[in-house]
Write a protein that binds this ligand. Sequence first.
Ligand code: PAF
Length: 281
Amino acid sequence: MTLIETVKDLRAWRKAAGHVYFVPTMGALHEGHATLVREARKLAGTDAKVAASIFVNPLQFGPNEDFDRYPRTLETDLAMCQAAGADMVFAPSVKEVYHTDRSIQIQESSLSKVLCGASRPGHFDGVCTVVAKLFNLVQPDNAVFGKKDYQQLAIIRRLVRDLDFPVEIHGIETVREDDGLAMSSRNRYLSPAERAQAPALRAALVKAREAWLGGESESARLLDIIHQHLAQHAALGRKDYIALVDRHTLQPLPTLENDGLIALAVFFDKARLIDNIEMVR
Ligand code: PAF
């Protein structure tokens, strides 16, 4: 596996690479990320190359979100990428990616205003800007994103559509612990009591989905199932949002025929957990 740190070296690698499957990350990798690289490897087969990036993007951190304290674990991240089948990792410095007098940035004006975006103004503009730059630099034919951050996935699909990037986007299923909790680097901040309650998030989503498949189509009733389940089984958590939306536009749906998404975010003492479930027949 090759480690590349400069745009110049990346461009030279890209010239000789052929088809490329790309997995952008911010590092601090866990099993969920390793799965993305392994899935990229499977999709790429033996002919195409798998590239990952490790770059903590300052543009997607708000003023109260501590960019400086984000974990940097390059050595273990590289070992994980290699074991999962990456051919190349691009791990540039901030200086290498952003000019100090940069003056152009991407703005998303619809999908980023709801769900997590409602409380993180500018976050998804920062994500769009860095992903557009990484797409321009790595020039992948395909890119792989997790469904755990479904809003990000939907926004990246919109970015590719609206700005005509010739990149096929693959959404990969969320990797879960045995008890259903979605893997996240934030799970380590849960107390033992919170950790015991956290699987209720997934269980509540599954219950709502079963009710929908059983014939309930009123969003208010489906969301109520989740509220009740969390009140009973995750009392240590405090709801940030629970919403039933169209899975492409992320706009709220009063009733659900098909093609929906229930997404939620719950605060525990030191961790805010997100999860979602596709409501698709
Ligand atoms: O999902 C992430 O880790 C980041 O938002 C991404 C897509 C790598 C952009 O910085």
